[in-house]
Design a protein around this ligand. Structure first.
Ligand code: ATP
Ligand code: MG
Length: 393
């Protein structure tokens, strides 16, 4: 039934630095997330979305719940500043009836009047609206300033009058993009999309790199990666890049020359080396992975140490390092990546999985193995970078 959503953002986080710039980023991110179902706009201290029709309210609520930087929001009725008292009461009654249906029958009226040109004080408006509503609801509501289950809120802003009764929690965090641009190693799994999202929530704008090994990985793997990146783009501004880098020749060389148990570590090191070079060339300031401590053989602290050593100049952020898988899955479901990740198709590491991977790798052994790849490995890395396919998602 609503056609507007009033959006609040965390003013304390925003005040720290350049407020206008933060607000601009958040507004742009909201605009791109809402473009097909509504129009996001800003006015003093608030933002709002005008939805194309009430049938899109649920979808808008779902999306706003996961846009970093939003602290809370309220589906609302919006009236023009010259709306009559009768019109205000009429819309309020719709909210009252909804509250009664939900057995919320202890009311408090709250007025916030940020538009100081509007006649009357907040207290006067509150009192007048409470009387107007209660006289028409014939004793169906109790009133309590403290223990209320139904807050009838009226906000008079420069843009209009908003009436609402629910505040839905946003994901908080900071607008994606305010902390810089990052490169996320995106596999087709469940973890790396969630790690990318968590980075956005701390202000990162995320681009993606994925390694593929044709003919072991086919078109459906590619489509899956693109769909993941597309889904994740909903939480940050437009123009995300997906770099697809070939790994097959490097993998074949590793397979031919190195001890089988060290393969996964060596594959990962090569992925890191290529990712770091692409990040440095494009001005991205960190790598992101979906690694979680002790989750699989390649993620023991010893193996993470061996893998991490391949990156020399950039920090590697691992937002999920101490997460429980079940929590990661729950978040993946909420942000809409789980369904895509669950599609069954090969990723480039499954193609050459060692029968028994080393669990506690030693860096000297790894470097010894890696030495066996020289000198060909240098040109293979260059080739992979030269043959990267860049998709504008
Ligand atoms: P995910 O669910 O993200 O695949 P995982 O628990 O399956 O994670 P691994 O397969 O060991 O763990 O991968 C660890 C991390 O390495 C991934 O989260 C991802 O960041 C990166 N990674 C693995 N395979 C690829 C790939 N083919 N392309 C890009 N990054 C990859
Ligand atoms: Mg995986």
């Amino acid at each position: 039934m609503f056609t507007e959503i009033l959006v609040r953002y965390d003013e304390i986080a925003l005040k720290k630095r350049n407020r206008g710039w933060f607000e601009g980023l958040l507004l742009n991110n909201m605009k791109s997330a809402m473009s097909d179902i509504g129009r996001a706009y800003k006015f003093r201290g608030r933002m709002a979305v005008e939805i194309k029709g009430p049938e899109f309210t649920d979808e808008a609520v779902k999306r706003l719940s996961f846009i970093p930087g939003i602290s809370s929001f309220s589906p609302a009725f919006k009236l023009p500043l010259d709306a009559s008292f009768e019109e205000i009461v009429e819309k309020s009654l719709v909210l009252c009836r909804e509250a009664l249906e939900e057995k919320r029958d202890t009311m408090k009226v709250i007025c916030r009047r940020s538009n100081k040109k509007y006649p009357g004080t907040s207290i006067e408006i509150q009192k007048q609206l409470a009387e107007g509503v209660l006289s028409r609801m014939q004793g169906l509501f109790k009133v309590s300033m403290k223990d209320y289950s139904f807050a009838l809120e009226i906000e008079i802003d420069t843009s209009g009058i908003f009436l609402f009764s629910k505040r839905i929690a946003g994901i908080r965090g900071l607008p994606a993009g305010c902390a810089g641009e990052f490169l996320s190693l995106l596999s087709g799994g469940i973890d790396s999309p969630v790690a990318s999202f968590l980075t956005m929530r701390r202000g990162g704008k995320v681009h993606y790199i994925s390694f593929y090994s044709p003919p072991y990985t086919g078109e459906e793997s590619m489509k899956k990666l693109e769909d993941l990146a597309k889904q994740l783009k909903k939480y940050q501004g437009a123009s995300t890049k997906l770099y697809i880098a070939p790994l097959i020749d490097i993998q074949l060389l590793i397979k031919a020359r190195c001890i089988e148990g060290y393969r996964t570590i060596l594959f990962r090191r090569m992925m890191f080396k290529i990712a770091e070079r692409i990040a440095l060339t494009n001005g991205y300031s960190a790598l992101i992975t979906g690694e979680a401590l002790s989750q699989v053989a390649s993620q023991t602290i010893e193996n993470l140490t061996c893998i991490n050593d391949a990156v020399k100049k950039l920090p590697v952020l691992r937002p999920l390092i101490t997460s429980e898988k079940i929590e990661t899955i729950a978040l993946a479901e909420k942000i809409g990546t789980f369904e895509i990740s669950a599609r069954n198709c090969a990723d480039s590491c499954t193609a050459f999985l060692p029968r028994s991977p080393i669990v506690r790798g030693k860096l000297e052994r790894v470097l010894e193995q890696e030495k066996k790849l020289e000198p060909e490995i240098f040109s293979l890395i260059d080739d992979s970078i030269a043959n990267v396919r860049i998709i504008d998602v």
